[in-house]
Write a protein that binds this ligand. Structure first.
Ligand code: 9Z3
Length: 313
């Protein structure tokens, strides 16, 4: 049996800095002018499930935050303000392009008059400057707000706060829920306080995480344009599961993707139809990003949705 969402919030303590994050969110949303096309919450990266209160071990998942960080850039490029809610140390917009580099490989050491300094090597300098400029502009113009989480519980608390703030924007808000949030967790009242001893095989009391999309769509942001993601490894389940989610939660769209082909193909599933967006091998080799096409498509849908003002896209 899983807990319901109210029980979850009653029993899992909020993160220490939740009030501070909520203030940042409020301030960011209040500051948005009519000039932005809309405000999108992009969630990104995986969540951890701590196994001990004094956490030494935790369960994690594969998500690197690639989908979320690239998508955030395309929303910004298309005139949206972005709240980027990401797993700490996962990929972030703009800097993501250099995340696989060894930090020292980007630098050159110089020594003048016995004074050492490090400078960005000529090979990377232009590219870094371009991305840094876009990043700093987005922050300065208050088009981008970044907030991070690590555990599943931090993620769910922040998500609820973000929704409460975004609700004021009604149809102008998009929720783009690309984070790979865990389906299981260890409730804090059942968690070992100290490091689990290795004297025998441990029993980990995993519970099902409540389906947060339900209150999110029906109570927290009932007017917003909500997009969830469905990840599968068994192709036969992908579309039925995506359709099932739409029926259960009654939101606008599910983006269905398979673990191993997620960078090349997704299926956009709505109440009316489903269709693929995919990149050819040639496009992949050229370094094109599928998120460009996903975001262009979503923005059209969101703009239509705002005009018609209803849940059908
Ligand atoms: C996704 O399906 C994302 O596209 C990925 C992106 C996590 C696959 P990466 O971060 O990967 O670019 O490496 N996100 C949602 C995954 C998820 O857990 N969805 C839940 C489910 O499928 C429902 S909200 O049941």
């Amino acid at each position: 049996m899983g807990t319901n969402w109210e029980e979850f919030y009653a029993n899992q303590p909020p993160p220490n800095d939740l009030d501070k994050s909520t203030e940042l969110l409020k301030d960011f949303v209040e500051h948005q002018s009519e000039n932005v096309k809309g405000v999108v919450l992009v969630t990104s990266g995986g969540t951890t499930i701590p196994l001990e209160l004094n956490t030494v071990r935790f369960v994690d998942n594969f998500s690197a935050g690639t989908r979320g960080s690239i998508s955030a850039e395309y929303f910004l490029k298309n005139g949206y303000a972005v709240i980027f809610m990401y797993r700490a140390k996962s990929l972030q917009p703009f800097s993501r392009r250099f995340a696989n580099q060894n930090f020292f490989d980007i630098l050159e050491l110089s020594e003048i008059d016995n004074k050492r300094s490090a400078i960005v090597s000529a090979k990377y300098s232009n590219h870094i400057a371009e991305e840094l400029f876009k990043y700093r502009q987005a922050l300065k113009q208050r088009k981008l707000l970044e907030i991070n989480f690590t555990t599943l519980s931090e993620y769910l608390w922040l998500l609820r706060s973000a929704c409460q703030v975004l609700a004021t924007l009604k149809h102008r808000a998009i929720l783009y829920l690309a984070a790979a949030a865990s389906d299981f967790y260890v409730p804090s009242n059942e968690m070992s306080v100290h490091k689990i001893p290795s004297t025998g095989p441990p029993t980990i009391p995993l519970q099902l995480v409540p389906k947060i999309l339900k209150p999110l769509v029906s109570l927290w942001v009932p007017k917003a344009f909500v997009i969830s993601f469905k990840l599968e490894t068994d192709e036969t389940l992908l579309i039925p599961k995506a359709r099932g989610a739409l029926e259960n939660y009654n939101h606008n769209l599910v983006i269905a993707n398979m673990l191993h082909t997620r960078k090349q193909q997704v299926v956009l599933v709505s109440r009316e139809n489903d269709y693929k967006i995919s990149l050819t091998n040639e496009q992949m080799n050229k370094g094109e990003e599928i998120e460009k096409y996903i975001i262009e498509d979503l923005i059209k849908k969101h703009q239509d949705f705002m005009k018609s003002g209803n849940k059908c896209s």
